[in-house]
Design a protein around this ligand. Structure first.
Ligand code: MTE
Ligand code: MO
Length: 373
């Protein structure tokens, strides 16, 4: 069994798939802290977790497939250290809500396929500069992981070279998460953190970086993690026609209370909490919440990364709001939507953003709760 040596996981993670391991924390746990504790950080593996000894670790640097350099862990660590705070979100986060429109293939994620952490490592742009890469001669930076499928193919993904070489894009080869050595599930000893970009490009157990004119040819870059029209079906889909997802759209979720919960009224109000995030370093400027289907919107209070520079808002924002409710109504329907610094807003419903892979699930989050009488 290639999955015989998997790490031990925290019991609080709700398992969505065992082999490969996919799991998320409960929504209320998720919004308890601005930085997600490592044991509660969602895990999305596509293959068995590789076991890597630090002394054996190597990172290959190549240009169009030709190896130029091989770094060991010590050499990699000689580059200037950099720490960023960034959320990582799976492209399929909130898929379970989209699947209510029509059936979907894929892990049935609730709202927890996201976490916010500090990532410490070295900057990819420093490593690439040292390699003497001419940014204008190439288009993509491809990553491979040490995790292998039964045929010996590794997990792979790529990002545009403009992103990889931009010091302000903060792409990190990370070896620490929340100040601790990276855990086995999250990519020990080195993973890529591409802040503001879909989780799939944040390659764990990094084995190779290849500079190329082409994108990664992996299944995960070419035949998955792409968006389509709601009318595209598995019979007529052409994956070559859609670009790979990179920066993520604006999204929010209600985490506490959860759908079907019974909540207590305090001074005529109920408290609602959640998170909001947008890709590309766009800041969350507002979260609006309604409990009368949009007649009245209440603006939530935000907890955000106050140290973030302009255009580099990689962290999520947590939000909370007190909604006045009518004691007599037994059921309250709550909707949340976030607005980012480009004034992008979430779409109102999943109907018109449905896609066969169940990705980019960023419609208003709508839940119903009962009031405790
Ligand atoms: N990297 C490798 N090597 N193998 C993987 O299966 N999964 C990707 C990405 N990097 C993956 C990977 C996906 S789809 C996501 S959403 C994130 O890792 C999840 O990161 P996490 O498990 O640390 O939360
Ligand atoms: Mo993912």
């Amino acid at each position: 069994d290639p999955y015989a040596n998997e790490p031990v996981r925290h019991k609080a993670l709700k398992i969505n798939g065992n082999k490969p391991f996919c799991a998320e924390p409960s929504p209320s746990l998720l919004v308890e802290s601005f930085l997600t504790p490592v044991p509660f950080f969602y895990v999305r593996n596509h293959l068995p977790v590789p076991k890597i000894e630090l002394k054996d670790y190597t990172l290959e640097l190549a240009i169009e497939g030709t190896t130029k350099k091989t770094l060991d862990f010590k050499t990699l660590k000689k580059y200037e250290k950099k720490t960023i705070t960034a959320a990582v979100m799976c492209g399929g986060n909130r898929r379970s809500e989209m699947s209510k429109v029509k059936q979907l293939k894929g892990i049935n994620w609730n709202v927890g396929a996201v976490g916010n952490a500090t990532w410490t490592g070295v900057r990819l742009c420093d490593v690439l500069k040292d390699l003497g890469v001419n940014e204008d001669a190439f288009n993509h930076v491809q990553f491979e992981g040490h995790d292998l499928d039964p045929s010996g193919m590794s997990y792979g993904a790529s990002i545009p070279i403009s992103k990889a070489m931009d010091p302000r894009a903060d792409v990190i080869l990370a070896f620490e998460m929340n100040g601790e050595t990276l855990s086995q599930d999250h990519g020990f000893p080195v993973r890529v953190i591409v802040p503001g970009v879909v989780g799939a490009r944040n390659v764990k157990w990094l084995s190779k970086i290849n500079i190329s004119k082409q994108e990664s040819q992996s299944q995960w870059q070419q035949g998955d993690y792409k968006g389509f029209s709601p009318s595209t079906t598995w019979d007529n889909v052409d994956f070559s026609k859609s670009p790979a997802i990179q920066e993520m759209p604006v999204v929010s979720a209600i985490c506490d209370p959860q759908d079907t919960d019974t909540v207590e009224i305090k001074n005529g109000k109920i408290e609602v909490k959640g998170y909001a995030w947008s890709g590309g370093g766009r800041k969350i400027i507002r979260v609006d919440v309604t409990n009368d289907k949009g007649k009245t919107w209440h603006t939530a209070d935000l907890t955000e990364d106050l140290q973030a520079n302009e255009g580099r808002h990689w962290s999520w924002s947590l939000w909370n709001v007190e909604l006045p409710v009518d004691k007599k109504s037994r059921v309250v329907e709550i909707w949340a939507k976030a607005v980012d610094s480009s004034y992008n807003v979430q779409p109102e419903s999943f109907n018109n953003i449905y896609n066969i892979r169940g990705l980019l699930c960023n419609a208003y989050h709508k839940i119903k709760v009962q009031l405790k009488q």
